[in-house]
Design a protein around this ligand. Structure first.
Ligand code: SAH
Length: 267
């Protein structure tokens, strides 16, 4: 890895060696000691940074606004073949990740994680992930994400470490790696300095419990469709009122659950 690491470059803070390659195993960079710390326990560390290495999240990773450490589960496997899984107790199809193997990986990860960083298992049985959870996690010092594979994780390790289970939606993936990237993307973009001044998170979908209004840009007319006149009027009050009405109408139509929560004043 070291021969691929670009030379040190300053980004206006202490010298940070920009690299998109997540460090395997746990060698946190002392230069990044205070950065938001993502740890990902996975059988497939090569899946990272994946899409997180692109665009705003990739730039922020290079700039040291957050850091990404992968913990390769295979390294904690049993025996010559480094086995990490075994057949389900009670029978049934597939394989289950062993509690002792995952337990050892978690113990190792813990040593180098910030205090107060939650331990999360990506799981279709978990609490549904929301923008509010992303915001709260962005205010933590980091998070340790556990990616399952096969039939999932032995329940005892979940109970022992009191791991929070989080789902990215009501569908089943092959593994937790894509789910971890989804969560990290939505968290990292909320960290200070990741979105530029022009890309504010304040007015996006879900930030006020509503879906965002439609967006338009040039050309002024396309396929016979003009941009709504009010957006070209320069009347900021009228534009804000139009956007709010669109946002309300979309939310009411597409997400009655969100609309109901707004009307009853909960969220
Ligand atoms: N047998 C399990 C599914 C295992 S899928 C069940 O029926 O609940 C394999 C792994 O993919 C899981 O351990 C989990 O880490 C990940 N995964 C699958 N779907 C997911 C989802 N909707 N959200 C988050 N992680 C998911």
């Amino acid at each position: 890895m070291s021969d691929k690491t670009p030379p040190a470059r300053s980004h206006g803070r202490k010298t940070i060696r920009p690299t998109l390659t997540p460090r395997d195993l746990m060698e946190p960079d002392p230069e990044l000691a205070r950065a938001w710390r993502a740890q990902v326990i996975t059988l497939f560390p090569e899946a990272f940074p994946g899409a997180l290495g692109l665009s705003l999240t990739g730039k922020a990773l290079k700039e040291g606004r957050w850091q990404l450490n992968t913990v390769p589960l295979r390294a904690f496997g049993e025996g010559k073949h480094r086995n990490v899984d075994d057949t389900p107790a009670g029978g049934g199809p597939g394989m289950v990740l062993r509690a002792d193997v995952m337990g050892a990986a978690i113990e190792t990860a813990r040593v180098t994680q910030h205090a107060g960083a939650p331990l999360i298992y990506l799981s279709p049985r978990g609490r549904p992930f929301t923008q509010d959870m992303a915001r709260r996690l962005s205010e933590c010092p980091g998070a340790t994400l556990i990616c399952g594979r096969f039939e999932g994780l032995d329940q005892r390790v979940i109970d022992h470490f009191d791991i929070a289970e989080v789902s990215i939606g009501d569908y089943v993936l092959t593994g937790g790696e894509l789910a971890a990237q989804v969560m990290l993307d939505s968290i990292v973009r909320l960290l200070p300095g990741v979105l530029g001044n022009t890309e504010s998170a304040d007015e996006e979908s879900f930030s006020d419990g509503r879906l965002e209004h439609p967006q338009y840009t040039r050309p002024a007319e396309w396929q016979g469709q003009p941009i709504p006149q009010v957006l070209l009027s320069g009347n900021h009050g009228a534009i804000a009122a139009w956007r709010r009405a669109q946002s309300d109408a979309l939310t009411r139509e597409r997400r009655p659950d969100l609309w109901q929560a707004l009307e009853t004043g909960q969220d």
